[in-house]
Design a protein around this ligand. Sequence first.
Ligand SMILES: [Zn+2]
Length: 119
Amino acid sequence: MTFEPRFTRYRYVDSRAFRGGVRKYASLRKQIAAKVNRVLDNPYNSELLGKKGASDLRGKRSVRVTRNIRIVFAVCEECLLRGFKRLGFNDCAGCTKEEPDDIVVFLIIAPHEIAYGEK
Ligand SMILES: [Zn+2]
């Protein structure tokens, strides 16, 4: 876990890439932690991503940390309810249950052109 757990509506898991990004953007740690907590309170207050050119982020969501830095994540409840898992958009390790889950998977933190696969 990248951050100390706090009481939030959702719990989270983070990817290696996300943890690497948090180390890389250490100067933004407070802003990242605040954004992570906001996402865990209401992950749907975010942008649902799609397919644009070579970048296919269907089933994933993003929030802004700074003008340039984005966090990309998946909401496992949404993976199941909207079929993002079944359709192959998301492949979260935790998304194996039949029941909607309260897990948010933090995937990437990066400048938007990298997070969105435009570079
Ligand atoms: Zn999932």
